[in-house]
Design a protein. Structure first.
Length: 203
């Protein structure tokens, strides 16, 4: 297992947790599952403004966003298909690093060149005792994380393909976001970009 690096209290990083061959196998499995629950572009509550990222989910519940708000539901909001099971590789990762009961959701986000995600908290889950675990595949990204106040200090971190990031404990509700994608730094994702796989317990 790669070395566990502490980035901040409650924030841990494993560089290239997944080898290049493991990344390729995981990516292929993800895209096979996405055939039944295709990536789509959510919209902001109220305004209906489209996200810059494409999204889908695996697991018993999936996170969705539309004009009505943010929530978890058991099926795809466009085609009504149930979310496929979370890949075994990711469940094994969770068991290795999370020290918590199994996740309910794997949020799949595809960031093409120019996509970003503003600072936000993952707070739509009833159970925030378990950490959030994220896997990066593809292009490098500039990830930003701070504290539990939006106005608090933040730090940036380059995440590369195969990296795993965990935030929990006092950092579970930390504000975080994606400043930018470094397009062309990987050839893993067809068409370029970064695939983010985020494991969460919902409660």
């Amino acid at each position: 297992m790669p070395v566990k690096l502490q980035i901040a209290p409650g924030v841990f990083l494993w560089r290239e947790y997944f080898s290049p061959s493991e990344q390729k196998s995981l990516l292929e499995e993800v895209f096979r599952k996405l055939e039944d629950v295709p990536l789509y572009r959510p919209v902001m509550p109220g305004t209906g403004k489209a996200f810059s990222v494409e999204e889908s989910n695996f697991g018993a519940l999936g996170w969705v966003a539309d004009r009505a708000g943010y929530r978890y539901q058991p099926d795809h909001p466009v085609n009504g298909a149930p979310w496929p099971p979370i890949p075994d590789t990711l469940l094994a990762l969770w068991s290795e690093v999370a020290d918590a009961p199994p996740p309910h959701c794997c949020l799949v986000n595809l960031y093409r060149a120019g996509a970003r995600m503003g600072l936000h908290q993952d707070r739509d889950e009833k159970d925030v005792s378990a950490p959030v675990v994220g896997v990066s595949l593809g292009d490098e990204e500039l990830f930003r994380i701070g504290g539990t106040s939006r106005k608090g200090a933040t730090r940036s971190l380059v995440l590369k393909s195969g990296d795993v990031l965990l935030f929990g404990g006092e950092a579970r509700l930390a504000y975080h976001g994606i400043d930018r994608i470094r397009a062309g730094t990987s050839r893993l994702v067809p068409g370029g970009g970064r695939l983010s796989l985020t494991l969460r317990r919902v409660g």
